[in-house]
Design a protein around this ligand. Structure first.
Ligand SMILES: Cc1cc2nc3c(=O)[nH]c(=O)nc-3n(C[C@H](O)[C@H](O)[C@H](O)COP(=O)(O)OP(=O)(O)OC[C@H]3O[C@@H](n4cnc5c(N)ncnc54)[C@H](O)[C@@H]3O)c2cc1C
Length: 387
């Protein structure tokens, strides 16, 4: 059970913070993260960060490079720049899916290209009429000779417009049957169109739509996974991918809440009203305590889920608990931080309104709060609200 950092993990946290402050925070001066990062900008940023990251990892003890350390890095990256952290996670995410499920040939061809951002990835499940239930996807991949022919629209896809490679969840039609599956579409060999979708927060994080119109993809680009009885490995791959993504989102939410909390603490120690510091008023103290407690709860839930992954165990229930609690918590904590700042909290001159908008983005993706709660209850009760 994870309760606090070991000495080694505390050192990882220190190293990660230094890295974030030295390499990531200054990027805010060179790039405009109030608008979606472009393909060239993302490539330049990631290819600039990679050597420094590799040097850092080389200097670390391999036994410290576990899931908990990865979580610590995620927290620090999000605290330094939430939009960039989301973009990196989603652009590189397909490499993880390929690593787990793809043929050796697809792995060898695409993982190095995606990790180095020579090809920017995206994961395309959601459609205009299909959100919370991926089993209903309508996009089709019909076999025709030595290709699949893809038709359909995907929406709210992270990194859609800057993507070079899309992992598309669709209905695969072949040999007279149909089943859910994942197809890797490489824009260079199988051109597809895309557009940008403006949104409330995380302004630097590009999300958008993908359009497949008789898009021909070689048969070998199907990500097959290991065939299990029942033949629904396409969906199993989608759901297994959510497990880790949900923990990462929980930690991103913790990081944004922590940043807002630290601003609130500083402000409460500086701002005076009624002849004393606002931090000396009891109701401000109550807000500070509520924020600190909620952040701790969310962080512990997230690291508990990570420690289960570290032991090689599935943690769907724990990941869902962490994701829903942490993302809702971040909305509340960033809102309280605005409250402590009074009107200044609403001003664009201060970072609180941005953190609030950024945090608000997280209760929806990778399963809404309601869907996380239904998964937890199904696991506890053995009764499903989905059927
Ligand atoms: C920033 C961001 C990034 C994203 N990135 C990606 C991506 O990279 N790839 C991708 O495929 N998708 C992505 N998405 C889409 C995201 O996964 C979907 O928005 C999400 O699954 C919810 O689907 P929906 O928006 O269609 O809402 P809907 O499914 O239409 O839900 C609407 C409302 O109904 C509720 N609801 C639905 N079903 C139930 C139920 N059974 N019981 C109770 N309440 C229910 C929901 O909780 C919600 O409140 C992203 C979304 C955002 C905001």
């Amino acid at each position: 059970m994870f309760l606090d950092y070991t000495d080694e993990q505390a050192l990882v946290a220190h190293t990660a913070r230094e890295f974030a402050e030295r390499e990531i925070v200054p990027l805010g001066e060179r790039y405009d993260f109030d608008k979606p990062i472009t393909r060239d900008e993302f490539r330049e940023i990631w290819q600039g960060l990679l050597p420094a990251l590799m040097r850092l990892l080389e200097g670390m003890d391999p036994k410290d490079l576990d899931y908990i350390s990865l979580g610590i890095f995620i927290e620090e990256f999000f605290k330094a720049n939430p939009s960039l952290a989301c973009t990196v996670g989603m652009a590189l995410g397909p490499a993880g899916t390929l690593y787990l499920f793809a043929s050796d040939e697809l792995k060898a061809r695409y993982i190095p290209l995606i990790v180095s951002a020579h090809k920017i990835g995206c994961t395309a499940i959601t459609e205009p009429d299909v959100g919370s239930n991926p089993a209903e996807v309508q996009c089709t991949a019909a076999r025709d000779g030595d290709s699949y022919v893809l038709n359909g629209t995907k929406t709210w896809i992270s990194c859609a417009h800057i993507s070079d490679v899309a992992l598309v969840t669709c209905r695969v039609r072949e040999n007279g049957g149909e089943e859910p599956g994942i197809i890797l579409v490489d824009r260079e060999e199988s051109p597809y169109a895309s557009s940008e979708l403006p949104h409330l927060g995380l302004k630097g994080f590009p999300t958008g739509e993908l359009y497949f119109d008789d898009c021909r993809v070689p048969l070998c680009n199907r990500v097959k996974g290991e065939r299990k009885k029942g033949g629904r490995e396409g969906l199993r791959m989608v759901f297994q991918g959510f497990e880790y993504a949900r923990i990462a989102m929980a930690l991103g939410a913790v990081a944004m809440a922590q940043a807002a909390f630290e601003y609130a603490v500083s402000y409460a120690r500086e701002r005076r009203q009624w002849g004393k510091l606002i931090g000396e008023h009891q109701m401000v103290q109550e807000m500070i305590t509520d924020m600190a407690t909620a952040i701790d709860c969310a962080r512990l839930l997230a690291y508990r889920a990570l420690s289960l992954l570290q032991q090689g165990k599935r943690c769907d229930r724990e990941a869902c608990m962490a994701k829903y609690f942490a993302t809702e918590m971040a909305v509340e904590v960033t809102s309280k931080a605005i409250q402590i700042h009074g009107a200044n909290g609403l001003s664009e001159e201060y970072p609180l309104e941005r953190l609030f908008r950024d945090a608000r983005m997280f209760t929806i993706p990778d399963g809404t709060t309601q869907i996380q709660k239904l998964i937890v209850a199904r696991d506890i009760l053995g009764l499903s609200a989905f059927s």
